[in-house]
Design a protein. Structure first.
Length: 134
């Protein structure tokens, strides 16, 4: 499956998930709070000195607790972070340490778009691709 097709499918799943959250009784304020919290956690990853520890743990906890899809996470990183690539590098490391291979794989694929000649990213995508179903 191509990257564009996978992104389209994942966006559809995310849209369905959003509808389920609204159906669960999520108010507009709850949805805004969710988005705001994710952005703040990403900023903290980018700017805090303790990015590898506490900020990373909080971000991973939020992603797991709220079932944040890789596509939504990538789009939020792209619209929130000042240094998108650097933030993605830090998040991939934390995701791999947390055995969140699916998220790490898709973030690496997004990184590949920015730096297609980067061999280390290509190798990691190939390795993680063995464990991720598209």
């Amino acid at each position: 499956i191509s990257w564009d097709e996978q992104m389209r499918k994942s966006l559809i799943r995310q849209k369905e998930s959003s509808r389920k959250n609204i159906a669960k009784g999520w108010t507009l304020e709850k949805i805004r709070s969710y988005i705001r919290e994710l952005k703040f956690l990403l900023w903290r990853m980018e700017f805090a000195d303790e990015a590898e520890t506490e900020a990373g743990e909080k971000l991973i906890g939020f992603i797991k607790e709220n079932s944040v899809s890789p596509v939504y996470l990538i789009q939020t990183i792209r619209t929130t972070a000042m240094e998108t690539f650097d933030v993605m590098v830090n998040i991939v490391e934390i995701m791999i340490d947390s055995s969140m291979y699916r998220h790490a794989y898709w973030i690496l694929r997004a990184m590949q778009e920015e730096k297609p000649q980067e061999e280390s990213i290509q190798i990691m995508v190939q390795e993680l691709g063995k464990y991720v179903t598209e």
